[in-house]
Design a protein around this ligand. Structure first.
Ligand code: FAD
Ligand code: SF4
Length: 481
């Protein structure tokens, strides 16, 4: 059922809203054609009460339903709704766990039980062994190494042209019309005749095979690279298909492994390990943290931040080239890759002191794959450090140095990446030092930041105060940067 409680809890990107409805309808048609008796309720149907519980109550009454069975949702909000609804029923109800993850809801909490730190790497290694993925002799990592991060993360060389992304042209004019006629508030751009995202299993499998053959060979190498002319590089863009359960993480991992097995010269170990780490490691880890830490997690605000998100997050109209590109492509494609999310938009919000509620709202709105269990853990946890270090061992912050190292954004920017002081200085540079200075009490004992504080302490007092002055000017004029 298409309901207003789902379209209205956040301002979804129009491509996300259309892709969800189109995928739902396609799935209903698929199972109908296999002889199942389904009922599909459109947003504008006169009987639609616009909430799951009210529609379900009506259906139960109308059809004389004797028992209610459902698959556990992935979001806490919906889980609560379903629990409340089942309690209100006078017929039996039963829920089934999702089969679309490697782990059950509480597996991570059980794994870390009694441990002080929730380290992703130890969880990931245990998952590799449990599922015997890239493992020899029952417990040894393939080629004797668990992690190939140092071989990955290269900048895109000049004149290197990645393979173009595989795009679809799904006609979603019908759901688009329903959404616009119902005056649902959305963001972003769309050409409703040509939705580029996969909306069914067949297309998702096509995208998976395209990725394995054309992008996996260089996935790890350029995983963190950013470029003004490329919006998806060697990334898979499979998160929407996996999050909406069009395909399962197991089949993604198995297909990638099979492609690697077939030609280990074409796909080196660092590429396949880098990809599997994202799915078997990070994706499952975030799901486990979510179920372990909700609902408290969504209230965490370690730095007590309360600033509003600058208005250009919704338009891309900023002079900072890295942010302009990352935000504009998000509005155009409902997509940015991990490093753009973490080290450009996330990094800026963290340095600028934006309220994590606002930051969550933005991330939950703008991406095609944004569903709270994986959005909030990445945003409030990994990117904003609002959890005080549950997920990351230190805040992910960077100055222009890192952005220049991984992209060509600085080359055509109005701001000077080499300056910290003065009105042309890159705002990231002064905000970076200001952030560490402001939060010294909370961060200085983190051993991963000792170098940062040593460098700051060595800076001449006049330079320090000029840097803090520039940061202050930026913070007071966020909307005009
Ligand atoms: P690829 O780079 O091709 O990676 C393959 C797959 O690995 C992804 O499809 C995804 O399923 C998984 N993956 C990779 N990194 C992560 C991660 N950190 N956490 C969980 N899974 C991961 N991902 C979402 O699915 N939904 C979100 O709402 C979301 N919000 C994010 C917000 C922030 C601030 C950050 C830093 C990251 C967020 N991510 C989110 C994680 C990651 O950025 C996306 O999964 C990824 O960019 C999706 O693109 P892709 O399919 O091309 O990924
Ligand atoms: Fe971004 Fe600064 Fe580089 Fe401009 S100079 S692109 S603002 S990092």
């Amino acid at each position: 059922m298409e309901v207003k409680t789902e379209t209205d809890y956040v301002w979804h990107h129009i491509q996300k809203a259309c892709a969800f409805f189109a995928a739902m309808e396609d799935f209903a048609e698929t199972i109908n054609s296999k002889g199942f008796d389904t009922l599909y309720l459109h947003l504008d149907h006169p009987d639609n009460k616009q909430s799951f519980s009210e529609n379900l109550s009506e259906l139960i009454k109308k059809h004389g339903i004797e028992a209610f069975h459902y698959q556990l949702p992935d979001e806490y909000r919906l889980d609560q709704q379903m629990n409340d609804f089942c309690r209100s029923l006078d017929i039996p109800s039963h829920s089934f766990d999702s089969e679309h993850f490697y782990t059950g809801r509480t597996e991570l909490a059980d794994f870390f039980s009694g441990k002080k730190e929730l380290i992703m790497e130890s969880f990931y290694r245990a998952m590799r062994v449990k599922h015997q993925i890239l493992i020899n002799n029952d417990h040894d990592p393939e080629a004797g190494k668990w992690n190939f991060d140092v071989e990955n993360r290269k900048k895109l060389p000049k004149n290197h042209k990645p393979n173009p992304p595989l795009l679809f042209d799904n006609d979603v004019r019908k759901p688009y019309d329903r959404i616009t006629k119902a005056k649902v508030k959305t963001i972003g751009h769309i050409e409703p005749q040509y939705l580029q995202w996969p909306i069914n299993r067949k297309q998702s499998l096509q995208l998976l095979h395209y990725f394995c053959e054309n992008c996996l060979p260089l996935f790890g190498t350029f995983q963190d690279a950013m470029h003004t002319d490329e919006w998806s590089l060697y990334h898979s863009r499979l998160s929407f298909s996996m999050n909406t359960k069009l395909i399962s993480p197991t089949e993604v991992v198995n297909t990638a492994l099979a492609t690697w097995e077939k030609d280990k010269k074409l796909i080196a170990l660092n590429q396949i390990e880098g990809f599997i780490r994202q799915i078997l490691g990070w994706r499952e880890y975030m799901r486990g943290i979510y179920w372990m830490k909700m609902p408290e997690f969504e209230t965490l605000n370690y730095f007590n931040y309360n600033k509003k998100l600058p208005s250009w997050y919704w338009t891309g109209e900023t002079k900072m080239n890295c942010l302009k590109h990352s935000i504009s492509q998000s509005l155009d494609h409902a997509y940015a890759h991990h490093i753009q999310r973490l080290m450009i938009t996330g990094n800026f919000a963290l340095l600028a002191g934006i309220n994590p509620d606002d930051v969550d709202f933005w991330y939950l709105s703008i991406y095609i794959d944004a569903i709270q269990w994986v959005e909030i853990t990445n945003t409030r946890g990994m990117s904003q450090y609002a959890d005080g270090g549950i997920i990351g061992s230190k805040p992910y912050t960077a100055s222009a140095n890192y952005i220049h190292k991984m992209s060509n954004y600085c080359e055509s920017c109005k701001y000077d990446r080499n300056d910290k002081v003065g009105e042309n200085a890159c705002p990231f540079n002064s905000l970076y030092w200001d952030f560490h200075d402001r939060h010294r009490e909370k961060l200085q004992h983190n051993h991963r930041l000792s170098m940062v504080y040593r460098l700051w302490d060595k800076m001449k007092p006049e330079l320090k105060s000029a840097v803090l002055q520039r940061a202050n000017d930026c913070l007071e004029n966020l909307d005009n940067l």
